[in-house]
Design a protein around this ligand. Sequence first.
Ligand SMILES: Cc1cc2nc3c(=O)[nH]c(=O)nc-3n(C[C@H](O)[C@H](O)[C@H](O)COP(=O)(O)OP(=O)(O)OC[C@H]3O[C@@H](n4cnc5c(N)ncnc54)[C@H](O)[C@@H]3O)c2cc1C
Length: 466
Amino acid sequence: MTLTESTMRADAPAFDPESIETFRQSLRGALLGPGDDGYDAARQVWNAMIDRRPALIAQCAGVADVLAAVAFARDNDLLVAVRGGGHNITGAAVCDGGLMIDLSPMKGIRVDPDARTVRAEAGVTWGELDHETQAFGLAATGGTVSTTGIGGLSLGGGFGWLARKHGVVCDNLLAADVVTADGRFLRVSADEHPDLFWGLRGGGGNFGIVTSFEYRLHPVGPTILAGPLFHPLDAAPGLFRAFRDAAASAPDALGGMAALLTSPEGMPLAALVPVFCGPLDDGEDAVRPLRAFGAPLADMLGPMPYRTMQALFDGAFPAGRRNYWKSGYMRDLDDAAIAIMVDHFSRAPSPYAGIGIELYGGATNRTAPGDTAFPHRDYQFNMLIFTAWDDPADDRANIEWARQFWRALRPFLADGVYVNYLGDAADGGRDQIRAAYGPDYERLVALKRAYDPANLFRMNQNIAPA
Ligand SMILES: Cc1cc2nc3c(=O)[nH]c(=O)nc-3n(C[C@H](O)[C@H](O)[C@H](O)COP(=O)(O)OP(=O)(O)OC[C@H]3O[C@@H](n4cnc5c(N)ncnc54)[C@H](O)[C@@H]3O)c2cc1C
């Protein structure tokens, strides 16, 4: 395997290919290049729109490998991509040319049941974390699909069913181990490098590679009251109004989502997904206003294991389809916005297309905006338009549908957008980065200058140091 010019930045110095062998021998994990067994599997990410070919993939087995990979990339002026769970819609986890630093083999998890904390390495997924923590009746706020990585999700903020009760994921981050661009290994917490600790909670992967995360845990389940209520699409306006009205007075323990989607049999549906993480009897009271609406086609709301709920939507969002998203926060769910949602959804070009309205509020809004780099503390809902398809010939129809849908909803959206749902620079992502980081942007730029002035970590929603 040889590195070519295309693997390096345009201004890169001459490169000695023999050092690849030295690099390989310095790793406990594998070093893969084009043609090696496992290379094609390792470069695949969740979104099949992304088809990039790194010159090298370092499959890190631990911190020593990450230190070696960062040093190798820096010494050879290589473009760097960092992969956690590989779920980011932009495919930032993989680069063309350059070095992909793949953290996915790093799977260590240790729960401290007495302290109610967990430390997990950066390759862990939420399903794996839930598996370990639920053995002790505990959980961290995680994502709503269990195959998503803890890395990217936590660093961008992190919404999950527990967010209204316990805050977003980064609100529950207690500490992190970080490899910086200049090769230092830092333990980061409220007491150690507090500036960096602030930036890691919302600022994405801009400041270094987190090798492990320590989270605060909460007693959850193991049985909770949760599950979807499916109604016919023509019930959507009334159902969404019921969701909006119930949200205004819902207890923090009630999280959830409203959605328009298509059943596997091809029937367009309106759905509510209440998730109550508290005593089951209290849950029945909390979901009563949502249950009272209309006559659902299917009622799957009942006691279920928390881990079942955490994985309930995995099948709806499989890896390997082509995917496109548009999103934005909302302070309210206007009747006119609901009408637009129903109208555009009715013209969806794919059975895998839809819209989800995540319920924020509660504890998500009780952390002051400046306390973390996740600034979105004033919204009740987060809206996500999603579509997925298999045939590249359908790219245009799906992307255009999502864009038109988003443009129609634009008057009802707040300025803020969730960094982890944002498209890439070519898709207007660049313009929205400031909206994603909000009033923290200048402080994040100063932090970037302090920890990564050469912008080694730039395959992300990038905070440019200059
Ligand atoms: C099916 C699906 C469901 C989702 N559900 C939710 C949800 O419920 N709630 C929610 O908040 N978000 C959700 N998301 C969005 C999710 O937060 C982002 O896609 C996130 O980037 C995924 O993290 P990852 O580690 O899997 O991704 P990756 O693509 O591996 O990582 C994304 C980027 O994060 C950075 N990064 C990752 N790990 C590290 C690390 N250890 N150190 C430094 N930088 C790192 C890198 O810049 C990397 O390019 C979902 C996404 C998908 C595809």
